[in-house]
Write a protein that binds this ligand. Structure first.
Ligand code: FAD
Ligand code: NAI
Length: 465
């Protein structure tokens, strides 16, 4: 029977980062993954293919609508099969990259479905039905999440799709209804709108993107509406009927009132994701997931000795970089080091155009906590590089403690903010004051100057607006 220091079940960002870190630290590690490729949701049907489609569709739209302003005359023609192919090629390159890193770090990829079969034991069933039993001192569960369903809305991946189906539609829909104004709905809704679909987003709440700072969310909704996306807020879908060429949805106001029927070529259901532990054998080690199916942990340890859990299957934001942080921390703890995750500093990014990015507390959270804070805000309309690039929509907002000036939250909407938020992640990790950023020299002319100007705004000495 093969013996390991650590067996990781699941080969997504949580699992593969755990496996690689284990290999780096000299632990004998195996990663059990049932899919045909490594990389999990993120690489295969999540972060990476969605960003490939966002990038390509953004350029397509810019070529048609924005290049002329720059003096570039082109008439773009969509080649959807090629757009899909470049997406698939990038994904393949990335998943092969993980295989390479496994070999380099001496990690065994055991292909098949893993099941915990008691303390220190994992049974793996391969595609051919053969079962192999492995033994390990530590088992790390990293089985991730899957899309949540909605009663009455049957996903068939033809007319009614989830995010996986929406990444590979065979044609540009004339019309697309997105159920859920969360990150998936708005990113993938943006992709298909840019490629020519008329997109309507139906959202249960009376706002989009819950969890995002409310002022930022309002600006975001305005920007998406200007681009042509339509919103139906405070509305719930109670039934869906898929025909050969379209879908009919019954939609009711949440506050009560008459139902209406909406019709579209395709429907994307994107109302959140749920943890995945089917067939995992949790009962064999006495682990009971919580009411929503999450595995509860304390410093990545589950209630069972020698069993750890990380990533989407545990509580917290369902983000690849959160899974990656936990992977490293759990393995370092297993190896006798001091694993650490700064849970209050996990950034969020929505990769639309404009992008939205934030880290730390929202204004609403600070108000609810009764914490006195000062705010500094700087519009991209006053940033010279953004002006030159014709990308003036949005702002940077810095929230700092009224007494100590420690930065408590940063909220940005605008060009490239998904990359720029990292500056504030580092600053906040080091417990910087807004003045630290305000007095740090930033290169001119860059959009990053807006980050500094917003920090200067906390003390009221913004200079460029
Ligand atoms: P997963 O990536 O879900 O991996 C779990 C793996 O475990 C899967 O490969 C599964 O096959 C395997 N598995 C499950 N059970 C077993 C078993 N019993 N035996 C063997 N293998 C098993 N996050 C971001 O941070 N940025 C983004 O831009 C982003 N974009 C996204 C876009 C979309 C469309 C979606 C759907 C998600 C996106 N996410 C993004 C979220 C991100 O994909 C997840 O947070 C991340 O993949 C979680 O990693 P994980 O390792 O916990 O789980
Ligand atoms: P989400 O939780 O972001 O948003 C779901 C939305 O659906 C919410 O606005 C919610 O109010 C709404 N909703 C729930 N039930 C509804 C109903 N019955 N009718 C109408 N609306 C309803 O979930 P989403 O968009 O599915 O994404 C899942 C997760 O994937 C995200 O939370 C995020 O963690 C991850 N993700 C991250 C990305 C990124 O980092 N850029 C990109 C895509 C996904």
């Amino acid at each position: 029977m093969a013996q390991y220091d650590v067996i990781i079940i699941g080969g997504g960002p949580g699992g593969y980062n755990a496996a690689i870190r284990a290999g780096q630290l000299g632990l004998k590690a195996a990663c059990v993954e049932s899919g045909p490729t490594l990389g999990g949701t993120c690489l295969n049907v999540g972060c990476m293919p969605s960003k490939a489609m966002l990038h390509a569709s953004e350029l397509y739209e810019a070529a048609g609508k924005e290049f002329a302003t720059l003096g570039i005359e082109v008439s773009p023609k969509l080649n959807l099969p090629q757009m899909m192919k470049q997406k698939a090629d990038s994904v393949t390159a990335l998943t092969k990259g993980i295989e390479f890193l496994f070999k380099k770090n001496k990690v065994d990829w055991i292909r098949g479905a893993g099941k915990i079969a008691g303390p220190g034991k994992v049974e793996v069933t391969g595609d051919d039905g053969k079962v192999v039993t492995l033994e390990a001192k530590n088992i790390v569960i990293a089985t991730g999440s899957v899309p949540s369903g909605l009663p009455g809305v049957g996903v068939d991946q033809k007319r009614i799709v989830d995010s996986t189906g929406a990444l590979s539609l065979p044609e540009v829909p004339k019309s697309l209804i997105v159920i859920g104004a969360g990150i998936i709905g708005l990113e993938l809704g943006s992709v298909w709108r840019r490629l020519g679909a008329e997109v309507t987003v139906v959202e249960f709440l009376d706002r989009i993107t819950p969890g995002m700072d409310a002022e930022t969310a309002k600006t975001f909704q305005r920007a998406l509406t200007k681009q042509g996306m339509k919103f139906k807020l405070g509305a719930k879908v109670t039934a869906a009927k898929a025909g050969k060429a379209n879908v009919k949805l019954t939609v009711e106001p949440v506050a009560g009132g008459a139902a209406e029927t909406l019709e579209a070529d395709y429907v994307l259901l994107a109302i959140g994701r749920k943890p995945y532990t089917e067939g995992l054998g949790l009962e064999s080690v006495g682990i009971t997931p919580d009411k929503r199916g999450f595995i509860e942990t304390d410093h990545w340890k589950t209630s069972a000795a020698g069993v750890w859990a990380i990533g989407d299957v545990t509580l917290g934001p369902m983000l690849a970089h959160k899974a990656e942080e936990e992977a490293v921390a759990a393995i370092e703890t297993i190896a006798g080091k001091a694993g650490h995750v700064s849970y209050g500093l996990i950034p969020s990014v929505v990769y639309t155009a404009p992008e939205v990015a934030w880290v730390g507390k929202t204004e609403e959270e600070l108000k609810a906590e009764g914490r006195a804070y000062k705010a500094g805000k700087f519009p991209f309309a006053a940033n010279s590089r953004a002006k030159i690039n014709h990308e003036t929509e949005g702002f940077v907002k810095v929230l700092a403690d009224a007494a100590t000036d420690e930065i408590l939250g940063v909220h940005m909407i605008g060009p490239n903010v998904g990359d720029m938020i990292a500056e504030y992640c580092v600053a906040m990790e080091f417990k910087a004051a807004s003045e630290d950023v305000a007095r740090t020299c930033h290169p001119h002319p860059t959009r990053s100057e807006a980050l500094r100007q917003a920090a200067m705004g906390v003390e009221g000495w913004t200079m460029q607006a």
